[in-house]
Design a protein around this ligand. Structure first.
Ligand SMILES: Nc1ncnc2c1ncn2[C@@H]1O[C@H](COP(=O)(O)OP(=O)(O)OP(=O)(O)O)[C@@H](O)[C@H]1O
Ligand SMILES: [Mg+2]
Length: 284
């Protein structure tokens, strides 16, 4: 094994140990702070053709924290979120300048995109279960990674559904179609599907905007539990939600990152007048 493979193997082992609830000590000589920077965006400009959608954005996303993106419609929240696992690669005419690093590695240089998408998962605004059974939805990613053993898949499916707080509701109908679930259940199914491949970062674009208050509360609770293991980035228009679930909040306006601060600080004492105006409803 080369060094990269070794550190990858060690990372996979550490992630698996975290899954088992074990405390993983940092590697020897590795004096990392409790929440080291996981994703680092530096001087990012993004263009859709001639349109300059993100302007010189720099932001650090920390390990095992929830970072929320807020701001008016069209300010670039989803665009930035999608750059974090290269979902914009598929958009014709989209190009970026600047760098995005995951654990210090530039994800736009020589990076295996399949591995990136396994490490950085995504949950969308509208629940989008695949037209297949609940079991197959969750087993889809692990199968794609080459896991064939029935018992191993069963274990992963159960664990993922439990972690997504859906197991009790579906354990007796795993063979039924995922499309037959309620919207809130479908969104939790999509979360289970996303975490089944053991990602390290989970991106969520307005994950509760199509859900009723009870399902919303479940997904928020889930986000708080997931951050014990994962790094979460959540786009939301709901300020109460941002204040309930996030460790830090980033406010965007017209493609610019105006301010990124610990949640309480951003809401109580915003440093930029534009943030204050947005929070008090003066625009947006
Ligand atoms: N595929 C695309 N091609 C061209 N322009 C795009 C594309 N996707 C987004 N845009 C433009 O980029 C800007 C940012 O869009 P984005 O979807 O990131 O905003 P947002 O902050 O997520 O908005 P919302 O809160 O409404 O979801 C908008 O002006 C939008 O029209
Ligand atoms: Mg959006």
């Amino acid at each position: 094994m080369d060094t990269a493979e070794q550190s990858w193997a060690a990372e996979v082992e550490a992630a698996a140990a975290r899954e088992r609830g074990e405390v993983v000590p940092p590697a020897a000589g590795d004096a990392k702070p409790e929440h080291p920077v996981r994703l680092s965006v530096q001087n990012l400009d993004l263009f859709y053709g001639d349109f300059h959608a993100l302007k010189n954005v720099s932001i650090d996303i920390r390990d095992r924290e929830v970072t929320s993106f807020i701001g008016p419609s069209g300010c670039g929240k989803s665009t930035l979120l999608r750059t974090l696992n290269r979902m914009n690669d598929l958009v014709k005419g989209c190009r970026i300048e600047g760098t995005i690093e995951l654990d210090g590695e530039d994800i736009y240089q020589d990076y295996n995109v399949t591995r990136l998408r396994q490490r950085v998962g995504m949950v969308f605004q509208r629940p989008n279960p695949f037209p297949m059974s609940i079991f197959d939805n969750v087993a889809y990613g692990p199968r794609g990674m080459g896991i064939k053993s029935k018992s191993e898949l069963e274990g992963i499916v159960e664990e993922s559904l439990r972690r997504a707080a859906l197991w009790d509701e579906v354990k007796d109908k795993l063979k039924s179609s995922g499309m037959g679930l309620s919207g809130g259940q479908q969104q939790r199914l999509c979360i289970a599907r996303a975490i089944a491949v053991h990602p390290e970062v989970l991106l969520m674009d307005e994950p509760t905007s199509a859900l009723d208050p009870i399902s919303t509360q479940m997904v928020e609770q889930l986000a708080l539990e997931l951050k014990e293991h994962y790094t979460l980035v959540v786009v939301t228009h709901n300020m109460q939600q941002a204040s309930r679930i996030s460790d830090s909040v980033a406010f965007f306006l017209l493609g610019e990152l105006v301010e990124h601060a610990p949640t309480e600080q951003l809401f109580a004492t915003p440093q930029d007048q534009r943030t204050a105006d947005y929070l008090t409803g003066r625009f947006g």
